[in-house]
Design a protein around this ligand. Structure first.
Ligand code: Z5A
Length: 213
């Protein structure tokens, strides 16, 4: 049986990952493909509990940077074994909103852990589940946060633990993603996410069609 295609969306805050991942899912279904959407951290019962600790300080104590690395990796490990790899093995396509590159970038470039060490930890968490395409929705930090703050105002929500990091942290994240895209050009597709959502959607679809062919 032909393995499903594994597509991930990555990027700094407010790039439109969730918007684009959901539009892609809808289009793939419309075109008759079997596909699932999932996200990180989360996507399983264990992962969603871990997400609650990571995003909303559920444990009520500061999370050490080292602990943070392993919590993200633990959520990923569960998601790969329970959801992603079984789907790919059955020929189902998988679209994941953030994946291993988020750890390399946020914990590596952002927190300052060794990049290759993050890649090694990811390797254990993901096993064979290496994405076929990773869309990097690249956006300027200020513009990304403008969008996030507008959404928060609309939905009466507040910034989560990582969104509250300083601007310099988020700039390192953006830079880290661009470095990774240069390191793995065969996998990464970098898109200018300051464009209107329809233009980004069209660019995503154009690339996915080529991979499906
Ligand atoms: N994290 C980590 O540190 N290490 C890891 O290993 C992993 C994650 C896996 C997860 O947050 C956090 O965990 C994240 C990284 C860290 N940190 N932060 N901060 P999350 O899952 O809650 O959220 P997110 O992944 O960061 O998503 P986001 O930044 O909130 O948004 P987005 O998915 O990129 O964008 P969106 O939800 O599609 O759109 C945001 C708003 O912008 C919305 O109102 C849209 O209508 C609007 N939008 C979207 N696209 C456009 C365009 N093109 N133009 C105008 N407006 C737009």
């Amino acid at each position: 049986m032909k393995r499903g295609i594994f597509i991930t969306f990555e990027g700094p805050e407010g790039g439109g990952k969730t918007t684009q991942a959901k539009r892609l899912i809808a289009r793939l279904i419309e075109e008759g493909h079997e596909v699932i959407y999932t996200r990180e951290p989360g996507g399983t019962k264990t992962g969603e509990l871990i997400r609650d600790i990571l995003q909303h300080d559920r444990a009520g104590e500061p999370i050490h940077p080292e602990t943070e690395v392993f919590l993200f990796a633990a959520s990923r490990s569960q998601l790969v074994r329970e959801v992603i790899q079984p789907a790919l093995d059955k020929g189902v396509h998988v679209v994941c909103d953030r994946f291993a590159d988020s750890t390399t970038v946020y914990q590596g470039y952002g927190r300052g852990f060794d990049i290759d060490r993050m890649i090694d930890i990811n390797a254990m968490a993901i096993g064979k589940a290496i994405p076929d395409i990773t869309f990097l929705l690249d956006v300027d930090v200020d513009l990304g946060f403008e969008r996030i703050h507008a959404r928060q105002k609309e939905l009466f929500t507040e910034s989560d633990r990582i969104e509250r990091e300083a601007k310099a942290f988020h700039q390192k994240v953006r830079y880290g993603y661009l470095e990774l895209a240069g390191r793995w050009p065969e996998r990464f597709v970098t898109l200018d996410a300051s464009q209107d959502p329809d233009s980004v959607t069209a660019a995503v679809w154009e690339r996915v069609v080529r991979v499906l062919a």
